[in-house]
Design a protein around this ligand. Sequence first.
Ligand code: UDX
Length: 440
Amino acid sequence: MRIAMIGSGYVGLVSGACFSEFGHDVVCVDKDAGRIERLKRNEMPIYEPGLDALVAKNAAAGRLSFTTDLAAAVDGADAVFIAVGTPSRRGDGHADLTYVFAAAEEIARALTGYTVVVTKSTVPVGTGRKVAEVIRQTRPDADFDVASNPEFLREGSAIGDFMLPDRVVIGTEGERAKKILSDVYRPLYLIERPIVITAVETAELIKYAANSFLAMKVTFINEVANLCEQVGANVHDVARSIGLDKRIGPKFLHPGPGYGGSCFPKDTLAFVQTAREAGAPQHLIEAVIEVNEARKTEMADRVIAAFDGDVAGKTIAVLGLAFKQNTDDMRDSPSLTVVPALQQAGARIRAYDPAAMTEARKLLTDIDYATGAYEALRGADGAVMLTEWNEFRALDPARMRQLLTGPVFVDLRNVYKPADMTEAGFRYHSIGRPVPGSAG
Ligand code: UDX
C-alpha cells in the first residue's frame, strides 16, 4: 500500500511511522520545511517514547520518507490521510477546520487514479461529507471515496496504542475504500483486533463520544474524591471496587487535579457544541466541562489552604508541569491554572519537570526552573506534586523532608503512601483519602 500522511504533527507522525512499521510505503508531508528537514535528520518535533527509533528504522528501510511536496506524495497513493491540526476555534468551542479543508483542496488537485481520502484528525460530525464536497468542487473528475478513521492513541504510549489498539474504527460507504483500509490495517486483523466498519458520521461521532465518556469518568472520580475527603472514605478503594464491576471497568478512575491535554478539553467542547446545534444537548458533558474547569482553580485554593491560607513570600517547589507523565505537552495542563494562582497569592515557584520545561517556559513566567526534583525541593517552604512522573515515585520521603524547610506537601496525584509521608515528618495532603496523623 502507498500512503500519504498530510500533517506530520503528533497524530500524523505516529500514525505514519506505525503504518510504515506495518510494511506500507509512507510519505509524511508537512508545510513546515524546518520540521521536515529535522525529521529527515531523525529529530522528533515531539516527545514520544520510542518514536525516534521507529522512525529511524523505517526510514532506513526506505518505507518512510518526509517531504513538503504534497502533490508528489498524493500522486499514486492508495490512501491519503488528513492528520492536520483541528484546534478549538476561539469563542465558540467548535473545532477549527480551516486546515482540514485547505488540505482537502490541495489533495484534490493532486489526485491521480482512485484514492481514499481519510480524515484522521478529530473532526466534527459531518466533516467527511464536507471534505468530499470540497474535493468534488475542486476536481469534478476525481475518482475517490472519503473515509473517517479516528485515532485513539494516548500521548506517552502512542506507539503501543497504535500497534495494539482496543479497536480500529473505519467509517466509509465506498466498497473500494473498505477494501483498501482493511488492507492498510491487515496486520491488526491478523492479531485479532476488533475492526468496526461503519458510516462516516458514526465514525466521527465515536471519537467524540469516547473522549467525552472518559473525561466524564475522570471527573466522576474527582467528585467522588471530594466526597471521600468529607466523610473519611478512601477514593482508591472506591475506584478499585467499582472498577471491578465489568460494566464499569478499572481504567480512568484515578483522581487528580482535573484532566487536561490536547484532546479531552477540545473534544468535549466540540461535542457539546455539535450536540447543541443538532438539538440533542449533552447535559452530562456540559457539566463535566464546568466541573473540570472549576477543579483546577480549587486545586490552587487547596494548596494555599495547606499553607494555612498564606503563601505570600513563600517558595513552593512544584514537581511536574506537563498535563500528565511521559509527555512534554502543556496544553490545558492543570499547572497553567495552579502555578499562576499561587504566584498571584504571592508565592515564588521553583519547578521541575523531566520533559516539559521548554514548553513551560513559553507559557509560564517568573519561574525558577530546577535541574532535578531534589534540586527543586532544596530550601523551599513546601511542595506540590502536579504530574505523576515515574521518577517522582522513587523519591525518598525522608530526603525530601530534609531538603524542604517546611513540612507541607500537597500531592495532587496521590503518588505517595500517606503513612510514609507522615512518618517522614510531612503535613501531607492528598486527594480523596484519609491521611493518618496529618491534617489532610
Ligand atoms: C486521550 C485519549 O485517551 C486518547 O484515546 C485520545 O486519542 C486523545 O486523548 P491523552 O490526552 O494523551 O489521550 O491522555 P490520557 O492518558 O487519556 O489522559 C487524559 C487526561 O485525563 C490527563 O489529564 C490525565 O491526567 C487525566 N486522567 C486520566 C486522570 O486524571 N485520571 C485517570 O484515571 C486517567
